[in-house]
Design a protein around this ligand. Structure first.
Ligand code: GLA
Length: 672
């Protein structure tokens, strides 16, 4: 933080010197007090894992029984030629022992198992337990600066660029198998790319055209494939092939259900072909869902084909069973503190004080440590005129597309009040969009702060001709239109979202604008969000790394961001959006670190100067992990390159045998 302070001091001095001219320049962010207390040693890129054949392998003892009964092939045949080997030196508690249960509690509900068509499995680490991706971002939080050259390998064990960086050739691990024993190879990657990502009818998490303009893929052989690009790219582009964007699904199951291969199938039937009650799905992840009791529980059992081992040759994961209790996000923290759940990303600041108090005592089942501010909340106004529902909606969207209107909303927000509404104390810090302060790409000097200023908000709204024509205290839409009321959807189960909306509703009312918050349940909010089916949406979104869930925040590709989507391929960009697209492109394509850094500063400036989204506050989060759990590195941030569920490397977590919890389905694996 000293770094930021220093920059602001310099800026402050030049502001005085420049005198009046700065009055119209960007407002500076107020000083920030960090609460981060994470301490850890940074390590090299290759220190966490590598790929190699070991002399011998072992497995969870119950699997040996299944092998002896002829129900599974021997472990050496189930593993790839050169599995991923997790290095002991990087484990905070060392090599583990098989067995036991890891208990998650989540607020989401599995939509279905076809993640290739954009379906989620309920978040909170459940998607990530079933999906494995070409490359991996989560563990990067621990890697030293000079080794931060790009993502870590995963299914793609290596890759090379041609000289002018227009071709990226990726090499898959050989001999990886799906949880039903079928081989994973380039046919799965081809199907993922050609028939999901690049098929505009499929709502892939990596939307068509968003990896890079004109990107094409060709298969070279069973384990080699190549992307070709119109323009030179950089290593950064490879980050886009991590979770949730670059995770192939089982083509041997899905191809037959896809309209390209099956004339009876429709895109809708394809999307829904793996409903959440059809178990077990075929996965590459460490655990396989075997039971789903709606609104109660998902139980997963270890995947006997998982392609990772420790240095003793023990097949991972260490835990035999993983539970996802289907509850609420707030309950995740309550249960972690109570010791009935093993893990929580504490992200509801309303819980912080009490959870911290309880976790301080020696006999508390959990440890809690705050990281930097990586949680940020924002109001996304739908900027698409083309998709407006009716005349009133259209009139609203025209306003949303007006910078003065967005700035007025931003100035109408007393962000300290909004912050205090979710948690008393020093947790919340103002957020006006762009990178959160905990992002490696955050730059305070490029961030336009829109201080609370009702006069400025009113002047801007007056300037737009938005008058209270019927004297009821609310401004009216132009030309004798109805009251200026904005329907805002949010996730009903998220307390911190609702509390902020309550505060925002009062603040906007003070400048004559009505907010109409509408809580949507977990099962539906995701489709509404990614489909852009809303007038306005209030949510927590973390822009920390621009290549991650890019479509949430940036106009990368024709259909992004979600809050500004085209209809029939048509949309009118706002005047600064082309510049934002160019900045993103520079970030992805440039190999010059200075140019890259400047591109992220440009993004930050463009997003905040133009109030692309209406940010409210940003807060730190604390990771809660039960003390029974070993190898949960104490430095793990709740979020950085990826959520902690990935960053903490769950396949490597373990519990000593005498502290292991009883399994619900001992001795079993998913059967197909
Ligand atoms: C949800 C939760 C986060 C995290 C992610 C993982 O968004 O709120 O804390 O668990 O899921 O995908």
């Amino acid at each position: 933080m000293n770094h930021h302070k220093m920059k602001m001091a310099v800026l402050g001095a030049s502001a005085c010197w420049l005198g009046l001219t700065v009055a119209t320049a960007a407002d500076e962010m107020p000083p920030e007090k960090s609460l981060a207390g994470l301490e850890y040693e940074l390590i090299g890129r290759d220190d966490i894992y590598d790929y190699r054949a070991l002399d011998s392998y072992s497995e969870a003892p119950f699997l040996t029984t299944l092998v002896n009964e002829g129900k599974l092939p021997p472990v050496a045949e189930r593993l790839p030629k050169e599995p991923i080997v997790f290095k002991t030196a990087a484990m905070s508690d060392g090599i583990g022992t098989h067995g036991g249960v890891f208990r998650h509690v989540i607020g989401g509900r599995p939509e279905g198992w076809n993640w290739m068509a954009g379906q989620h499995q309920g978040w909170g680490g459940i998607n990530m337990a079933v999906q494995e991706c070409l490359v991996r971002q989560g563990p990067r939080w621990q890697i030293k600066g000079e080794d931060q050259t790009g993502p870590l390998p995963n299914l793609a064990k290596s890759w090379t660029w041609n000289d002018d960086r227009t071709q990226l050739t990726m090499n898959l691990m050989e001999g990886v198998k799906w949880s039903d024993g079928e081989p994973f190879d380039t046919e799965d990657v081809r199907f993922w790319w050609e028939d999901n990502v690049e098929d505009k009818n499929v709502s892939s998490r990596l939307p068509a055209g968003s990896l890079a303009d004109g990107a094409k893929m060709e298969v070279i052989d069973d384990h080699t494939f190549r992307f070709t690009f119109d323009k030179p790219q950089s290593e950064t582009l490879v980050e886009s092939l991590a979770y949730i964007q670059g995770c192939p699904g089982p083509s041997h199951i899905l191809k037959d259900k896809h309209p390209k291969y099956n004339s009876d199938a429709t895109y809708e039937s394809y999307t829904n072909t793996l409903p959440n009650d059809l178990l077990p799905p075929v996965v590459l992840g460490a655990w396989v869902p075997v039971v789903h009791k709606p609104d109660e529980l998902v139980v997963m059992r270890r995947n006997p084909y998982y392609f990772k081992v420790d240095e003793n040759g023990q097949q991972l994961p260490y835990y035999n069973e993983m539970h996802f209790r289907l509850s609420t996000w707030g309950d995740r923290t309550t249960q972690a503190v109570a010791g009935t759940g093993d893990f929580s990303n504490m992200e509801d600041p309303g819980n912080y004080v009490e959870a911290l108090r309880q976790s301080q005592s020696d006999d508390s089942p959990v440890k809690a440590q705050f990281g930097p501010r990586v949680l940020s909340w924002r109001l996304d106004l739908n900027l698409s005129e083309e998709s407006a529902d009716d005349d009133v909606d259209l009139a609203l969207r025209k306003l949303f597309r007006n910078k003065d209107f967005r700035l007025a909303l931003s100035h109408a927000l007393d962000r300290n009040a909004v912050g205090q509404s979710i948690a008393r104390g020093p947790f919340a810090y103002p957020y006006t969009g762009g990178y959160a302060t905990g992002s490696p790409y955050y730059d305070a000097a490029s961030t336009d702060y829109h201080p609370f200023d009702q006069d400025r908000a009113n002047a801007l709204l007056d300037g737009l001709g938005l008058k209270d024509t019927d004297g009821n205290g609310l401004r009216n839409l132009p030309d004798g239109g109805p009251d200026l009321a904005i329907d805002v959807q949010y996730t009903a189960g998220r307390n911190e979202d609702r509390k902020q909306l309550d505060a925002m509703t009062s603040l906007f009312a003070e400048v004559g604008i009505r907010l109409l918050p509408r809580g949507i349940d977990e099962a539906n909010i995701d489709t509404i969000r990614t489909g852009g089916n809303y007038t306005a949406l209030f949510q927590r979104r973390n822009l920390i790394v621009p290549t991650r869930e890019t479509c949430e925040s940036l106009p990368s590709g024709d259909a992004c961001p979600y809050f500004h989507q085209p209809v029939d391929g048509k949309r009118a960009l706002l005047d600064f959006e082309p510049e934002l697209i160019a900045a993103y492109e520079t970030f992805i394509t440039s190999e010059d670190p200075v140019e890259k850094a400047n591109a992220t500063k440009d993004m930050q400036r463009l997003i905040t100067e133009n109030a692309y989204v209406i940010g409210t506050v940003q807060a730190p989060a604390a990771l809660l992990v039960n003390k029974r759990v070993r190898n949960a590195h104490p430095g793990t941030p709740v979020f950085m390159y990826e959520w902690a569920e990935d960053g903490v490397i769950r396949e490597r977590l373990w519990t000593p045998a005498d502290q292991q919890l009883d399994e619900l389905f001992p001795g079993t694996v998913a059967e197909y």
